[in-house]
Design a protein around this ligand. Structure first.
Ligand SMILES: [Fe+2]
Length: 353
């Protein structure tokens, strides 16, 4: 890389995670890869000290061992968050695909889809360096026993994609537990005990299937939080969960808290007063331009529950709100069908707009 290229490798001790800051001295544009939520102040201070302007925050994957800082940094810098399109998540601004190019300043990052540790793992390559996340670690690799992991896919990703890079390409991993900071494709081909060239796919899978690892300490909090780019999604009023990557609440819970949360009904105006009726005080704002406009006038800190007939359109509404930067928005699971099934009270007046 030329002399204008800025590169910092940063470390978080508790989970042994590496964060990388890349920048262009000339244009001041910068990219942060895999920031950790506990280290936000350090990372932003460095960016400020260097006079850089953060353009993108790229996560290599949905982490299970730590909470990403991507959402928090987006809030504080207006940088765009990038993550693999394979996860089908609402929170990233960029849903990245294999082969996609990301520009900052005079530099270009190439996205390489390297699934196996998770279904949406990405590696980022730029000028003789590759940031491999957990797909390829120094003398190791990420586990494949959860988050749609697959040892066959990981073997393919590393052998077909990462090992096809030049041998001198420097490997910067997502973690290191032994104090190493970098490796190279050539060295890993020779020395990686799991993925070295002399190992067959069967040998690799055999190793991976017998690791017998315990689950990461933070997995219960990290995965749901990371599906929202690491932003705290805990409601102070509702008991929330996650269904298909969307924050969700049950009809039972909403019923007990009526009057304390805002409910927006996103069905058509004809449906609002049909046989299923609507929830008391639910505001009608049909999914589409009406809701779009409605949300633009709403305080993003408000808690909102979306409801429709079955939970599908309100799921879309929840995604839409998340994309607009709302953090406490929830889909009412099962919609008015579920509400009626439970014989909760409904109204059929001509309210709404
Ligand atoms: Fe990971």
């Amino acid at each position: 890389m030329d002399k204008n290229f800025i590169f910092h490798q940063l470390f978080e001790k508790e989970t042994s995670t590496y964060t990388y800051l890349l920048g262009d001295q000339k244009t001041k544009e910068a990219v942060l890869i895999d920031p950790v939520v506990e280290m936000v102040d350090r990372d932003l201070k460095l960016i400020e000290d260097l006079g850089l302007k953060l353009k993108y925050v790229l996560d290599t994957h949905v982490h299970a061992d730590h909470i990403t800082a991507s959402g928090e940094i987006r809030k504080r810098t207006n940088a765009k968050v990038g993550l693999s399109s394979a996860y089908d998540m609402a929170c990233p601004d960029l849903h990245l695909e294999d082969g996609q190019e990301i520009q900052f300043g005079n530099y270009t990052i190439k996205v390489i889809h390297t699934p196996g540790h998770t279904s949406g793992c990405l590696s980022y390559s730029i000028g003789g360096m590759v940031f491999t996340g957990d797909a390829l670690l120094i003398r190791g690799c990420g586990r494949t026993d959860f988050q749609e992991g697959s040892s066959e896919r990981l073997f393919q990703s590393v052998r077909d994609k990462l090992f096809s890079l030049a041998d001198e390409t420097i490997v910067y991993p997502g973690h290191d537990y032994k104090g190493f900071t970098k490796s190279s494709i050539g060295l890993e081909k020779k020395l990686n005990p799991r993925l070295k060239l002399e190992n067959s796919k069967e040998q690799f899978c055999e190793i991976m299937n017998n690791l017998k690892l315990s689950y990461p300490k933070k997995i219960q909090e990290a995965v749901p939080a990371n599906l929202l780019c690491g932003l705290p999604f805990k409601s102070e009023i509702l008991n929330t969960g996650f269904v298909d990557g969307i924050p969700t609440v049950t009809a039972e819970d909403v019923y007990t808290k009526l009057g304390h949360v805002k409910v927006i009904d996103v069905r058509g105006s004809d449906e609002y007063n049909n046989e299923l009726g609507h929830i008391q005080n639910a505001e009608l704002s049909t999914l589409g331009p009406k809701l779009d406009k409605r949300l633009d006038g709403e305080d993003k800190n408000n808690e909102v529950v979306f409801v429709c007939r079955s939970g599908k359109r309100s799921g879309e509404a929840t995604r839409m709100a998340l994309n607009k930067g709302f953090e406490k928005v929830y889909n009412l699971q099962g919609g008015m069908l579920r509400w009626n099934e439970l014989h909760f009270p409904i109204e059929r007046d001509m309210g709404g707009s």
